[in-house]
Design a protein around this ligand. Sequence first.
Ligand SMILES: Cc1cc2nc3c(=O)[nH]c(=O)nc-3n(C[C@H](O)[C@H](O)[C@H](O)COP(=O)(O)O)c2cc1C
Length: 392
Amino acid sequence: MADASSPRVLSTAGFYRRWLGPQLARDEGVDAEQLSQTALQALAQVSLRRRWPGISSVLEGVATELQRRDLRLEQVLFGCRFSNPVGLAAGFDKNGVAAGVWDCFGFGFAEVGTVTWHGQPGNPKPRLFRLAAERAALNRMGFNNKGAEAMQRTLERQALPAPGHRPAVLGINFGKSKLTPLDQAPDDYAASLECLAPMADYAVINVSSPNTPGLRDLQDSTQLRRLVERLRRLPACPPLLVKIAPDLEDDAIDGIARLAYEEGLAGVIAVNTSLDRLGLGQRLIAQTGRTLAEEAGGLSGDPLRYRAVEVIRRLRASAGPALPLIGVGGISSAEAAWERIAAGASLVQVYTGWIFEGPDLVPRILEGLISQLDLHGFRHLSEAIGSGAPWK
Ligand SMILES: Cc1cc2nc3c(=O)[nH]c(=O)nc-3n(C[C@H](O)[C@H](O)[C@H](O)COP(=O)(O)O)c2cc1C
């Protein structure tokens, strides 16, 4: 069992704070995308060699520091066993290169992708900007990824345990290739899913990225129904979830909840990045000299927190407790994670908050959740989901 208080010569969290903290505290400096890429390339090498003696002992040290095991946090949802409710959100490991190591960072699940059928370079750089003071980010990456067949090879090379036997659940998030016209989207998604279905514990239909023209139109219920029905016809379709935008009107959120029920979706992930500038329209982006209102892209991080909670509340009210919800957007503390669970999320994901806070955000959230269960007298996390219980 991990003991976070035990002195270690070089803890993962200490290393992160010391070397990356100063970079992350400023908008300028090392390019945000470059920083993530460098870390990911290193983790990719580690994942390929994770059974080598020297590397496995380093990973064990990281796991000892960051993992927290507690039966009260375990859940089985849509046929997947989650050892804890905190996951890595889509977009960080777009090609699945580090799929074999995310459990060591304490995550109960990780979502790789967005992957598209055709590999594509994404939008011109710079396309990811830190907003350090607000603990937020603006990105217009545009689904840069190597394509579904390349992801299949990447995952195979890492020799992951089979679905259902992994220490952390692996979700794969699917998007539409930029060059595929919108009316052919169902076949484009289906080609990727068919290729990767055997490796996914669950699959996500991403219809909410703001950076692929027209993609969000697929959230319209007629189009989404056509897409879901196409994917359900695949011979071996994993549990299917839909990821939605924070900028939907209430009626559209209710429509998604209805469709999820009628089509037997495994769950809904809310939310993706926002096109709304969330009160930050006049904020200057240092690298371009333009305001957030003038820049294209989706906003993530702390400013998204309250809207993301509202969407989860609406989905829960509309769909009831039977539909699993995954809450994401602006979670950078145990309190924000608890708030999302109390609003109706069974699981949460982190991205921007994890970058700013560092790897010990995951154990801090898990410890916070356990102490809230104690304080409220709940025997298991499931009692907290949708309870509205306040942070104590
Ligand atoms: C740089 C960046 C890239 C992202 N790429 C994807 C993506 O490929 N697919 C996706 O579904 N979401 C993507 N997201 C959205 C995140 O998964 C998440 O929904 C959003 O950032 C809100 O969570 P956060 O506030 O914790 O970052 C991306 C976010 C960021 C910051």
